[in-house]
Design a protein around this ligand. Structure first.
Ligand SMILES: NC(=O)c1ccc[n+]([C@@H]2O[C@H](COP(=O)([O-])OP(=O)(O)OC[C@H]3O[C@@H](n4cnc5c(N)ncnc54)[C@H](O)[C@@H]3O)[C@@H](O)[C@H]2O)c1
Length: 325
């Protein structure tokens, strides 16, 4: 199976690639995959996330923009499947740069889709988000819950899904899968997100900014669980349509409390700052649909977070060393 992964130098894209190429199941079943990792290396992407696979014989790196039709046409030659992760992803940044978000997340999706269909891809797996459902104060959203995005990022992700639905209606022979994950944690996330940012600041002995009362609730899942779900959906021919991915529900205060414990700091290192005007209190996905395909979320936050903290602490230290040189 030859798979194009867009956004392959990003947090989730790189985890998906590591999972596809390292999977023991792949070796057992001889279900070999070749991966083309495509990324334009924006602020949040870096090939360092795939350094361990640098010389892997089944991995090819392409530095290109998803809106570059000629580059995509070349990258898509003989592909069987696309995993489309590339996106502008920062909610905070989306308030000031909404045209960029529409351009990359909507026009970019259209561009990847056209190239994939022209190349004869049989499967198109698109990354969406739980944020398309908007705030969910109680209960959990199933895949048929109406969309109510509240910021330019989630709005652009909801619009991108519209493009996928319309393509699915016109191309019955292609398998379209959409995943809507909740908040991911793990290594190689760009440090403008809560966990890498706070660990990096705490490692430098700097205060961390906690929005509002810190009672905003998210479901947290390990990025390797997301990658497991992608592998399952790619290899299961009956998987089609949208699939939620959920996680362990925690308030930001609970996450920060654990980060302080892990880094040996206390609440005096937390600066309570005014949050942004639109900040959804809670998201919560129901993931029973993907569980019916045999998916099991295996990682537990309190068991994994130590390794994740260590990853960012080491990176913070090596960056400090670089700055001192
Ligand atoms: N991280 C999460 O918690 C989370 C949760 C739900 C959904 N998602 C979705 O998962 C996908 C991956 O998110 P992530 O957390 O890995 O984000 P990320 O920002 O780490 O990775 C995105 C990657 O896309 C690349 N990219 C951006 N614009 C591009 C362009 N025009 N051409 C080519 N490459 C481009 C970036 O360089 C980066 O490597 C996104 O679609 C995001 O909306 C993420």
């Amino acid at each position: 199976m030859r798979i194009l992964v867009t956004g392959g130098a990003g947090f989730i894209g790189s985890a998906v690639i590591r999972n596809l190429l390292n999977s023991s199941q792949q070796i057992k079943t001889n279900d070999c995959v070749q991966v083309i990792a495509l990324d334009s290396l924006t602020r949040t992407g870096s090939w360092a996330a795939l350094a361990e696979l640098d010389s892997h014989p089944w991995l090819r790196f392409v530095t290109a923009d998803i809106r570059d039709a000629a580059a995509l046409q070349l990258a898509c030659r003989n592909i069987d499947a696309v995993v489309h992760c590339a996106a502008e992803t920062s909610v905070d940044a989306s308030f000031n740069r909404s045209p960029d978000f529409a351009d990359t997340n909507v026009a970019g999706t259209e561009s990847v889709l056209s190239a994939a269909l022209a190349a004869g891809a049989q499967t198109f797996l698109h990354f969406s988000t739980d944020e398309v459902y908007g705030e969910r104060l109680e209960g959990s959203s199933t895949e048929d819950h109406p969309f109510a995005p509240t910021n330019p990022y989630s709005l652009s992700k909801a619009a991108a899904e519209g493009i996928i639905v319309s393509a699915a209606n016109q191309n019955a022979q292609v398998r379209f899968v959409v995943v809507r994950p909740s908040n991911n944690y793990g290594p190689w996330q760009f440090p403008d997100n809560l966990i890498p940012k706070f660990v990096t600041l705490l490692a430098q002995g700097t205060q961390v900014p906690l929005y509002g009362d810190g009672e905003h609730r998210r479901c947290w899942m390990h990025v390797d669980d997301t990658a497991d779900a992608v592998r399952l959906l790619l290899h299961n021919p009956s998987a089609q349509g949208a699939y939620n991915l959920a996680g362990e529900e925690m308030s930001n205060r609970m996450v920060v409390d654990e980060l302080l414990r892990q880094t040996g700091m206390d609440w005096s290192y937390v600066d309570h700052v005014t949050g942004r005007a639109t900040h959804d209190r809670r998201y919560c996905n129901d993931e029973s649909k993907i569980m019916r395909l045999g998916y099991v979320r295996r990682r537990v936050f309190v068991e994994e977070i130590g390794q994740v903290v260590e990853h960012y602490r080491r990176r913070a230290q090596s960056q400090e060393t670089l700055l001192m040189c």
